[in-house]
Design a protein around this ligand. Structure first.
Ligand SMILES: Cc1cc2nc3c(=O)[nH]c(=O)nc-3n(C[C@H](O)[C@H](O)[C@H](O)COP(=O)(O)O)c2cc1C
Length: 191
């Protein structure tokens, strides 16, 4: 029998029709499956389809009233590590991602996260910086240098990512770091 592997949740943060987030998320997931350290699951926020936060109580209390929140709680709670696939919108974090983060609290806690950011010349680094600030509030540990992809429009053709060597090395290094940090953080979650 295959040994139990930690679960990596690849969170695709953009939701608009025609987004490159889907090909980038697919590329990250394939790379993660080939890496082998994780059982890889995908949370496509377009499919998760959370409304703007509509829970009456602070998420730390976990007194969720809506089915969509309970489902999202189970998805995030069942993960051991995250890879956020995050575009930069107006020099900042994409709204669907911020909303999805705000929905929950303890489900994120003491888990490592890698950030695959993308945009124009900025490579999404301003969005990644903002994302790290939010992750700190949730006690999520961002690992390594992440995977910043500049000029994303030139790297996606016909819905497929054309990765260069730099991108492949960066994503593999991120996966190595996630596996290492998982080993360090899992005991802090009580097993
Ligand atoms: C609303 C919006 C705002 C954007 N703002 C930025 C930006 O601040 N910096 C940047 O590098 N690219 C920006 N872009 C270009 C995006 O990097 C590019 O469109 C990318 O494909 C967006 O990711 P998505 O296709 O997954 O939605 C913006 C795109 C949109 C739609």
């Amino acid at each position: 029998m295959e040994p139990h592997r930690p679960v990596l949740l690849v969170v695709i943060a953009s939701t608009r029709p025609g987004r490159v987030g889907l090909p980038v998320g697919t590329w990250v997931s394939e790379r993660a499956r080939a890496h082998g350290a994780f059982e890889v699951r995908i949370a496509d926020l377009a499919e998760v389809a959370l409304p703007l936060l509509d829970e009456p109580h602070h998420p730390r209390l976990q007194r969720y009233e809506h089915e969509h929140t309970k489902r999202w709680s189970a998805t995030v709670g069942g993960a051991d590590a995250f890879a956020f696939v995050a575009p930069e919108y107006n020099h900042g974090i994409a709204a669907p991602l911020k909303n999805a983060l705000d929905y929950l609290n303890l489900e994120w806690r003491r888990k490592p996260a890698g950030i695959v950011s993308y945009g124009g010349v900025s490579a999404g680094l301003r969005a990644a910086g903002q994302l790290k600030q939010v992750l700190a509030a949730l006690q999520v540990v961002p690992v390594g240098g992440g995977v910043p992809i500049p000029m994303i429009g030139q790297r996606v053709a016909d819905g497929v990512v054309d990765a260069n060597e730099l991108m492949e090395k960066a994503v593999d290094a991120m996966l190595d770091e996630l596996a290492t940090w998982h080993g360090a953080l899992a005991p802090l979650r009580g097993g």
